[in-house]
Design a binder for this molecule. Structure first.
Ligand code: SF4
Length: 422
């Protein structure tokens, strides 16, 4: 399963990205690097995405993971190309695209059974109840046309102590003993620092996928939590590495534009896009084994692979520039610290989750997924959302987000969709 770490020179990188085409090819699509498409994809031939050890599992995984939350129904060629490029860590979930993501990967494995053995396959379920986990896992295995997954996650964990119980641990051990899963862990988008720290203390977690990016990486809490996981031998995967923000609510668009232009100008001169630089910023932390990125088309896949192959380090100045950009756009970015704002409002409103659904809708172009997630909220929460007083939450929010306006927007855009889905 392990692959030898592959290296390539800076010249290889330019060969792959096609420097002449970079300027016209920038396109931010979802949680992915902007497209610096190769002039000739044949040139990307033998270079494979490097691998890193995944915690103490003994596995090596590709540093770029194929995020499969989008509709993969007609993406068999894309999956094949990802495999050929060495993107051999694939991520899906029982919920993604209503199960179609797993089915599409299953279709691929049925056609290429030898590839399955070389793929580090992750799927997840949004429960930690043993009975439901068994049901979801069996369903996932059937859809994926496989007898095992390499890593199984409890999806969207927000409170480790409450969600990952002794019963969950016993279930994981049993599933491992049956050969249905090889490793076990969880994903987290909310209160990540706490979840990572608590996960590190459990002693039975093999892997964690967490929101992590050039904005979140600098806080003491995040640094300590990542260190704790590394010491505990937990394999870490970063997601949400592009750290998009609510541009339409941004008060100082001139400052944002200026910061974005500086980023583009500098990184393009160095031969990569700002999106590729944001991936590099995460890879520079050796505690992260991989980055999970949505790659809905060949151009994005190639741009991300090119960034993974390039060995140029970011300079101090590059990092400072990313930091300036993060600061200039901070008032539009939700940092996932739900424990801060949610305790300041009544009715257990999951503000941080709703922010994420809005982000999927407005900035990632994934309206279907956003609407489905919003419609899963309790009807009473949805009904009361627009009438709650968010003033205290806004005062506490470290990012100074206009929470009330954003919650109102969520009601506006999702309510119609929810009614249509009902
Ligand atoms: S709205 Fe503010 S306090 Fe709440 S999760 Fe987002 S950044 Fe944190």
């Amino acid at each position: 399963m392990s692959r030898k770490k592959q290296r390539c020179s800076r010249r290889d990188f330019f060969k792959i990205t096609g420097a002449a085409g970079i300027g016209s090819a920038i396109a931010s699509i979802g949680n992915v690097a902007g497209a610096a498409a190769p002039a000739d994809s044949k040139d990307s031939g033998p270079k494979l995405v490097p691998t890193r050890p995944f915690g103490k599992t003994g596995e090596h995984v590709s540093i770029l993971s194929f995020g499969g939350s989008h509709n993969l129904k007609s993406k068999q060629l894309l999956l094949k190309q990802a495999f050929k490029m060495g993107v051999t860590y694939w991520d899906t979930a029982e919920r993604y695209s209503g199960g179609k993501s797993e089915q599409a990967m299953g279709k691929y494995f049925a056609k290429y059974p030898d590839d399955r053995k070389k793929i580090f396959l992750v799927t997840k379920a949004r429960t930690s109840d043993p009975e439901k986990l068994s049901r979801y896992l069996n369903q996932s295995l059937e859809r994926l046309k496989t007898t095992y997954v390499d890593l199984y996650f409890v999806h969207m964990v927000t409170n480790v102590k409450e969600q990952l119980t002794k019963a969950t641990k016993a279930w994981a051990e049993k599933a491992k003993a049956k050969g249905k899963i090889r490793f076990f862990g969880f994903s987290t988008h909310k209160n990540m620092e706490n979840c990572l720290m608590q996960g590190a203390k459990l002693g039975w977690i093999d892997g964690i996928m967490t929101s992590y990016n050039y904005r979140l990486m600098h806080t003491d809490d995040m640094k300590k939590a990542v260190e704790a996981c590394a010491e505990a031998g937990i394999g870490l995967t970063a997601m949400k590495t592009q750290a998009k923000f609510f541009a339409y609510f941004y008060a100082d668009i001139g400052r944002e534009n200026e910061a974005a232009a500086m980023l583009t100008d500098r990184f393009m001169k160095k031969g990569f896009t700002p999106e590729q630089a944001k991936l590099k910023a995460v890879w520079e932390n050796p505690h992260f084994a991989s980055i999970c990125s949505e790659m809905p088309n060949m151009a994005i896949l190639q741009a991300n692979v090119a960034a993974a192959l390039d060995q140029t380090d970011l300079s101090i100045q590059d990092r400072q520039l990313l930091d300036s950009y993060a600061q200039a756009t901070a008032p539009g970015y939700c940092a996932g610290c739900g424990n801060v704002c949610e305790s300041a409002v009544k009715d257990n409103v999951p503000i941080s989750d709703i922010m994420r659904y809005l982000m999927y809708h407005d900035e990632y172009g994934n309206q279907q997924r956003a609407t489905r997630l919003f419609s899963d909220l309790p009807p009473l929460t949805r009904k009361r959302l627009a009438s709650i007083d968010y003033s205290k939450a806004e005062q506490l929010c470290p990012q100074k987000l206009p929470i009330a306006r954003l919650m109102n927007r969520a009601v506006e855009i999702f309510s119609g969709n929810v009614a249509r889905r009902a």
